[in-house]
Structures are given as structure tokens and as C-alpha cells.
Design a protein around this ligand. Structure first.
Ligand SMILES: NC(=O)c1ccc[n+]([C@@H]2O[C@H](COP(=O)([O-])OP(=O)(O)OC[C@H]3O[C@@H](n4cnc5c(N)ncnc54)[C@H](O)[C@@H]3O)[C@@H](O)[C@H]2O)c1
Length: 447
């Protein structure tokens, strides 16, 4: 199959590289010339484990190339994937479809024969029909079908997710489009990965419903965590006990500082708007959005308490600012709410992140960047674990405590335990949903 991938961001690049690894001829298009120049030099513009090697292998094999020339890439393609951004539209929370529609128009004018135009971007129900209309209007002669093929990959594990998906969802209107899609995903069919072939609207809905459900699961455990702190329960134990129930499952059940990232915030918001537009309000999702915002505020209060009631004049080391480990993506990361609150409150903030600096420098003004957690905590009053990079999972806590002015830790990812941290010489420790442990133990000792 000959594939054109429009948009070479996180999803477009990973999908394009993986499709070429399936054996297809793939041309990745982006309108950002700097990105294409980088890719042509063999450099990967994002941090995603394993992507550089896979990309190099397929470029070498002559199956993968990059261009800014959309018409050239589209000419003769069997399938044209649209994988451009669908960010939150300013002001109203709807998904901004302007990039998708602009790409669809450009594709329409470049078609040279029958092709399936596949939307990989996350788009509201009805968008594929709109794409069909836009293409037909821009090029009344065009012979094409549309297909919806939402992407479920997770940043940080994107290649594995693409190559070994839980399922592939394909929404189509015609047999011909279904056949092209089946051919593209043949290597996955052969290995028995489930392929859900459905109508356009259901495919579009599956993506939003899945993301909203996962965001709900995270938010549920985060809210339970707040209650655990009050009643002296340990949310890690609660998650474990819940997650072993096969009906619930243990994934996305880790308490933390609230969900962020390039998808959940914008997709929950868009789903809430879609519900309102269709007089079917998504009350649960609307509540999840509100509760998640509150969780970040709760984290800021936790840090303020650890700093003795004020950030003013405190020195705080923040470990991890990307929205999760193994990515350099900072979009809607909890750090973008939490770190400015520290800086705004008068703290001197030092930040360490294995990959976040390139994006983070512009997004987190007023902080000092460091490559070394031990240097960052020198004379600090508080260390905050905000993203659980492996580098921060096995810190020498004794060494850290010795270097700090007041050894205090906010472990917003529950990486350590109060016991270990106390043993290492820390005088105060707060995690998420486990804070009740410490006073309880102290009380017991006093009794
Ligand atoms: N990032 C994820 O983990 C993820 C996972 C699943 C689904 N998605 C969805 O996939 C879509 C893309 O997300 P992303 O994170 O890859 O976005 P991104 O912002 O990283 O990349 C989009 C790219 O498209 C390019 N572009 C925009 N218009 C173009 C045009 N007309 N022609 C050529 N290139 C164009 C931009 O320059 C940019 O490089 C979104 O709808 C998102 O919701 C993302």
C-alpha cells in the first residue's frame, strides 16, 4: 500500500514509521519545514523510546520519506491519513477542527485517483461526514471514501502500543474502504489483534468514550486518595485491592497530582461540549473535569503546608515536569499549574527533568534548570516528585536529606514510603492518599 501521512507530530510520525515497518510505502508530510528538515537529517523531533532506530531502519529500506510537498505525497496514494492536531478551541472548549478541514481541502485538490481519506486525529462525532463534504466540494471529480481510524497509542510506549494494540478501530461507509483498511492493517490481522470495523460515528465515539473513561478512572482514585488521607487509609493498598477485581482492573488506578497531557484534558472537554450540543449532557465527564482541576489545587496546598504555610523565600526542587515519564511532552502537564503557583508565591524553584527542558524552558518562566537531582536539592527546603521518571525512583535519599536545608519531601506519585523517607533523615513527607499513615504511627508510639 502507498500511504500519505498528513501531520508528522506524535501520532503521525509514530503511525507513519510503524506503517512503513509493516512494509507499506509511507510519505510523511508536515507543513513545518524545520520538522521535515530534522527528519530528513535522521533526527526525531520528539522523545519516544525506540522511535529513532525504527525510523532509521525504514528510511534505509526506502519505505519511509518526509516532505513538505503535500500534493506529491498524496498523488497515487491508496490511503491518506490525516493526523494533524485537534486542540481545544479558544473560548468554548470545543475541538478545533480547522487543521483537519484545511488538510482535507488540500488533500482533495491533490487526489489523482481513488483513495481512502482516513482521519486519525481525535475528532467529534460527525467530523468524518464533514470531511467527506469538504473534499467533495473542493474537488467534485474526486473518487474517494472516508474512514475513521482513531489512535490509542500512549506516549512513552507508542511503538509497542501501535504494533501490539489492544484493538484497532476502523469506521467505514463502504466495502471498498474496508478492504483498503484491512490491507493496511493486515500484519495485525494476521497476528490476531482485534480489529473493530464499524460505522463512522461509532468509531469517532469510541475514542472519546475510551479517553473519558480512563480520565474518570484516574480522577476517581484521586478523589478516593483525598478521603484516604482523612481516614488514615493507604490509597496504594486500596488501588491494589480494587484493581485485583477483574471487572475493575489495576490500570489507571494510581493516585497522583491529577491527569494532564495532550489528550485527556482536551478530549474530556470536547466530549462535554458534544454532549451539551446534542442535549445529552455528560454529567460524569463534566464533574471529572472539575474534580481534576481541584486536585491540582489540593496538591499546591499540600506543598504550601510542607513549606510552613508560605512559598515566599523557600527553595523548592521539582523532579519531573513532563506530564508523564518517557516523553518530552509538556502539553497540559500538572507542572504547568503547580510550578507557576510556587514561583508566583515567591519560591526559588529548581527543576530537573530528563527530557522536559527543551519544551519546558518557555513554558515555565522563572525557574532554574538543573541536570542533577542532588545539585537541585542543595540547601532546598522541599523536594517535590512530580513525574515518576525511573531516574527518580531510586534516589539516594540519605544523600539527598543531608544536602537539604530542611529535608522535606512531597511525593506526588507515591514512589517512596513514609518509613523509608523518615529513615533516610527526612523530617517531613507527604504523599498522595497515604498521608494518614504518619500521624497515626506517631499517635500509636505516644500511646
Ligand atoms: N499525542 C498522543 O498521544 C495522541 C494519542 C492518540 C490520539 N491523538 C490525537 O492525534 C492527533 C494529533 O496529535 P499529535 O499529538 O500528534 O499532534 P501534534 O501537534 O504533535 O502534531 C500535529 C502536526 O500536524 C502538522 N500539521 C498541521 N496541519 C497540517 C497540514 N495541513 N499539513 C501538514 N501538516 C500539518 C503540524 O505542523 C504538527 O507537526 C490529535 O487529534 C490528538 O488528539 C494524540
Amino acid at each position: 500500500m502507498k500511504i500519505a501521512m498528513i501531520g508528522t507530530g506524535y501520532v503521525g510520525l509514530v503511525s507513519g514509521v510503524c506503517f512503513s515497518d509493516f512494509g507499506h510505502d509511507v510519505v510523511c508530510v508536515d507543513k513545518n519545514p524545520a520538522k521535515i528538515e530534522m527528519l530528513e537529517r535522521g533526527e526525531v523531533p520528539i522523545y519516544e523510546p525506540g522511535l529513532d532506530a525504527l525510523m532509521a531502519r525504514n528510511v534505509e529500506a526506502g519505505r519511509l520519506s518526509f516532505t513538505t510537498d503535500l500534493p506529491k505525497a498524496v498523488a497515487g496514494a491508496d490511503a491518506v491519513f490525516i493526523a494533524v492536531g485537534t486542540p481545544t478551541r479558544r473560548g468554548d472548549g470545543h475541538a478545533d477542527l480547522s487543521y483537519v478541514m484545511a488538510a482535507a481541502e488540500e488533500v482533495a485538490r491533490a487526489l489523482t485517483g481513488y483513495a481512502v481519506i482516513v482521519t486519525k486525529s481525535t475528532v467529534p462525532v460527525g467530523t468524518n461526514r464533514k470531511v467527506k463534504h469538504v473534499v467533495a466540494k473542493a474537488n467534485p471529480e474526486a473518487e474517494f471514501d472516508v474512514a475513521s481510524n482513531p489512535e490509542f497509542l500512549r506516549e512513552g510506549a507508542a511503538i509497542d502500543d501501535f504494533m501490539k494494540p489492544d484493538r484497532v478501530v476502523v469506521g467505514v461507509q463502504t466495502e471498498r474502504a474496508a478492504e483498503v483498511m484491512a490491507e493496511i492493517y493486515r500484519p495485525l490481522y494476521l497476528r490476531d489483534f482485534p480489529i473493530v470495523t464499524t460505522d463512522l460515528e461509532s468509531a469517532e465515539m469510541i475514542k472519546y468514550a475510551a479517553n473519558a473513561f480512563l480520565a474518570t478512572k484516574i480522577t476517581f482514585i484521586n478523589e478516593i486518595a483525598a478521603l484516604c488521607e482523612r481516614v488514615g487509609a493507604d490509597v496504594k493498598e486500596v488501588s491494589k485491592g480494587m484493581g485485583l477485581d477483574g471487572r475493575i482492573g489495576n490500570k489507571f488506578l494510581h493516585a497522583g497530582p491529577g491527569y494532564g497531557g495532550s489528550c485527556f484534558p482536551k478530549d474530556t472537554m470536547a466530549l462535554a461540549r458534544i454532549g451539551q450540543d446534542h442535549a445529552a449532557p455528560q454529567n460524569i465527564v463534566e464533574t471529572v473535569i472539575r474534580v481534576n482541576d481541584g486536585i491540582k489545587v489540593r496538591m499546591i496546598e499540600k506543598l504550601r503546608d510542607l513549606c510552613g504555610g508560605t512559598f515566599n523565600g523557600r527553595t523548592i526542587a521539582v523532579l519531573g515536569v513532563t506530564f508523564k515519564p518517557n516523553t518530552d511532552d509538556m502539553r497540559d502537564a500538572p507542572s504547568l499549574t503547580i510550578v507557576p503557583a510556587l514561583v508566583g508565591g515567591g519560591a526559588r524553584v529548581r527543576v530537573v527533568d530528563p527530557q522536559g527542558r527543551r519544551e519546558g524552558e518557555a513554558l515555565l518562566p522563572g525557574v532554574q534548570w538543573s541536570d542533577d537531582p542532588y545539585k537541585a536539592v542543595q540547601n532546598a527546603d522541599l523536594v517535590v516528585i512530580l513525574t515518576e521518571w525511573n531516574e527518580f525512583r531510586a534516589l539516594d535519599l540519605k544523600r539527598m536529606a543531608r544536602k537539604m536545608a530542611t529535608p522535606r519531601m512531597a511525593d506526588l506519585r507515591n514512589v517512596y514510603s513514609a518509613k523509608d523517607v523518615r529513615k533516610a533523615g527526612f523530617e517531613a513527607y507527604e504523599a498522595v492518599g497515604r498521608g494518614g499513615l504518619e500521624p497515626e504511627e506517631t499517635k500509636l508510639a505516644a500511646e
